[in-house]
Design a protein around this ligand. Structure first.
Ligand SMILES: [Zn+2]
Length: 266
């Protein structure tokens, strides 16, 4: 399996793309979030993916830096189904609010001759807190991260022989996620900025955390590999170096601070 980060930034970045990524196992793909628009299509292309291979999609929450690219995916899928250029089916998973918004936006924005494929060959599937599904052929549990901003779900995927890949979304870890995040082989966690620069970026006021916080957490949870994302972009040229340096003081597993389009073997 591998993961390709299509974007690594927070909502307001201009030097990189919003956080979204593709998990791949052989010829199966899971797209997680869509970034803020049709740059998603460019990022998929730059990462040498065929957008048509994104047959399973999960949307964590309704914020525009996560959901708007999915509005484009719906358009692309339905339009190509209509034109007879898209075989088979696709599935988008999300909690009730996400799915309702996507359905309503598609209904309002796109013609009936395209939206007729929704519910037919493009499945918009509501998942509940703690619900288990088979995604990309792997047992995957979706969970509510108990956000106080917008309802948000993360997920925990069984990579095979019980090894866990856990995505905590774009907010700091909450105790309710413990059973998923603890002892994960891979943990994806946001790091808005460096702890050393918290007075400049105000992560806590924005309900985000720092490279130090996320690294301490991963250490406590017995995580083997930590990926930090959803960062500021003012340090983009030295982000990898600076965040890695700070995080390594607190986390003794493998720490990854990927750039956009970086691919990591899992
Ligand atoms: Zn976000």
């Amino acid at each position: 399996m591998d993961i390709t980060m299509l974007g690594t930034g927070n909502a307001m970045v201009t030097e990189c793309y919003n956080t979204c990524f593709v998990l791949r196992d052989g010829d199966r793909h899971l797209l997680v979030d869509g970034g803020g628009g049709n740059t998603l299509l460019a990022q998929l292309k730059h990462a040498e993916f065929d957008w048509m291979d994104m047959r399973e999609i999960f949307v964590t929450h309704k914020h525009v830096d996560h959901i708007m690219g999915i509005v484009w995916m719906i358009r692309m899928i339905c339009q190509h189904m209509k034109q007879g250029q898209y075989e088979g089916e696709a599935t988008i998973y999300g909690h009730e609010e996400v799915i309702r918004i996507l359905e309503e936006m598609a209904e309002m924005l796109y013609p009936k001759k395209q939206t007729c494929y929704i519910g037919d060959r493009l499945h918009l599937v509501v998942v509940e807190d703690g619900e288990e599904r088979t995604v990309m052929g792997h047992k995957t549990t979706f969970f509510d991260i108990q956000s106080t901003k917008a309802k948000q779900f993360g997920f925990c995927m069984d990579m095979g022989n019980g090894e866990k890949f856990t995505c905590c979304g774009d907010e700091p870890y909450n105790e309710c996620e413990k059973k998923y995040a603890e002892n994960s082989k891979w943990l994806l966690h946001e790091a808005f900025c460096l702890f050393d620069q918290a007075d400049r970026f105000h992560p806590y006021e924005k309900h985000h955390s720092t490279a130090k916080d996320a690294s301490e957490l991963a250490e406590q949870l017995g995580v083997q590999n930590l990926i930090l994302y959803h960062t500021e972009d003012k340090n983009i040229a030295r982000r990898k170096e600076l965040y890695t340096e700070e995080g390594k003081k607190y986390f003794h597993g493998n720490l990854f601070v990927p750039e956009d389009l970086e691919r990591i073997q899992l």
